[in-house]
Design a protein around this ligand. Structure first.
Ligand SMILES: [Mn+2]
Length: 313
C-alpha cells in the first residue's frame, strides 16, 4: 500500500483502538472473466482518497475524525475458496471488536466472505446489492466463489434486494426474486423505486456496491461496463435515505478496475466511500461510542475467541 493511513489522515485518527471504522483492502482478481485489473483497485482507491478534501459539505462533517483504521490488505489468493474464507474471518474479527467494518475490493467474489460474516454476526439481515449484474449463479467455471456467484449465497440465507440490474443469464431467473429486484430499465421510468426498495428492507442492512452499477459515463474503470446505469446524485439520494432509515451495519465496494489514463473513476470510488461513511455517522459526536448491535448470544462467545489475536491477518 502506498499510503500509511487511510486518506493520509493523522495517526491519532488511524489507530485501531480509537477508530470506529475499519477499512479492509482486498486486492483480489482471481476469477474475473473479461478485463483484468480489479486487484489494482484498492491502491488506486487509497491513492485517490489521499488527494480528497475531507470536509463533507452536505453533512457538514469530517467523518475521518471518528477514526478509520486501515487494516492489512488480504492477499490470500491460493484459491477463490481460500480468499473468501480469509475475507470472512477478517471481517468477523473486526465486527467482534465492535467496529463499523468496510471492505474495498477486488472483484465481487470477495463479497461472499463479507456477507457471510455479517450474516453470522447480525440478526435478520438485508443484503442490498447494487450492481449491473445479477451475480446469482450457484457456481461458475467450477467454483462457487466466482464473481458471477457473488450473491447466490445471500439469496439463500438473507433478505436480498437487488438494484440496478441490467445484465443476467436466463438461468438466473430460477434463483432471482423478481419482487425484490429493481431492474435498471424499470428504475428509469419509476420514481417510486427508492421507497419501494427501502420498504422491503429489514432494519439491519449490509450494502454490497459493485461500481459497475453506475453508468459507464461516470464510472468507466470497471471490468464489465454496462450502459444504462445509475448516476451520481440519484445514487447518493438513495444511499442517504437507506442510511437515515435503516441500521446499515457495514458495506463493501468492489470492481474498481483502474486505468492509468483517466483517474476520475478512482476519485469517484474514493468519494463514494467517504460519502457512505459521512451518511453513516451524520449527527454523531466524535466522542460518542459506536453502537454496534451484533448478536453474539446465538453463536456463543467462545466460538470467536481465536479472533482476539490481532496479529493473525
Ligand atoms: Mn457487476
Amino acid at each position: 500500500m502506498k499510503t500509511k493511513t487511510y486518506a493520509g489522515i493523522p495517526e491519532q485518527y488511524a489507530k485501531l483502538d480509537q477508530s470506529k471504522i475499519v477499512l479492509i483492502p482486498v486486492p483480489y482478481d482471481g476469477t474475473s472473466t473479461w478485463q483484468k485489473g480489479a486487484d489494482k483497485g484498492p491502491d488506486a482507491f487509497l491513492d485517490a482518497s489521499a488527494n480528497m478534501e475531507l470536509y463533507d459539505i452536505e453533512t457538514n462533517s469530517e467523518v475521518y475524525q471518528q477514526g478509520v483504521f486501515l487494516a492489512d490488505a488480504i492477499t490470500e489468493n491460493s484459491s477463490p475458496e481460500a480468499m473468501v474464507e480469509a475475507v470472512h474471518q477478517a471481517t468477523k474479527k473486526y465486527i467482534k471488536k465492535n467496529k463499523f467494518v468496510t471492505v474495498f475490493g477486488g472483484e465481487h467474489s470477495i463479497s461472499i466472505g463479507t456477507i457471510r460474516a455479517f450474516n453470522e454476526m447480525f440478526e435478520d439481515i438485508t443484503v442490498l446489492h447494487i450492481d449491473a449484474h445479477a451475480d446469482l449463479r450457484e457456481s461458475y467455471e467450477g467454483s462457487k466463489c466466482n464473481h458471477a456467484c457473488a450473491v447466490y449465497e445471500a439469496s439463500q440465507t438473507t433478505n436480498l434486494i437487488q438494484v440496478g440490474i441490467r445484465s443476467m443469464d436466463i438461468i438466473e431467473k430460477t434463483v432471482m426474486d423478481e419482487d425484490k429486484t429493481y431492474f435498471a430499465h424499470e428504475m428509469a421510468q419509476d420514481d417510486n423505486w427508492m421507497d419501494s426498495a427501502i420498504d422491503q428492507m429489514t432494519d439491519n442492512v449490509f450494502i454490497t456496491f459493485d461500481l459497475d452499477a453506475l453508468d459507464p459515463s461516470i464510472m468507466p474503470s470497471t471490468g464489465t461496463p454496462e450502459p444504462g446505469g445509475l448516476f451520481w446524485y440519484e445514487t447518493l439520494e438513495f444511499l442517504k435515505q437507506v442510511f437515515e432509515e435503516k441500521n446499515v451495519v457495514g458495506f463493501d465496494i468492489v470492481e474498481l478496475c483502474p486505468n492509468t489514463v483517466d483517474k476520475s473513476s478512482d476519485f469517484l470510488a474514493a468519494k463514494l466511500y467517504y460519502k457512505m461513511l459521512s451518511y453513516k455517522f451524520e449527527g454523531e459526536d466524535i466522542d460518542d461510542d459506536f453502537e454496534s448491535n451484533f448478536n453474539d448470544s446465538l453463536n456463543g462467545a467462545n466460538k470467536f475467541s481465536k479472533f482476539n489475536d490481532e496479529d493473525d491477518y
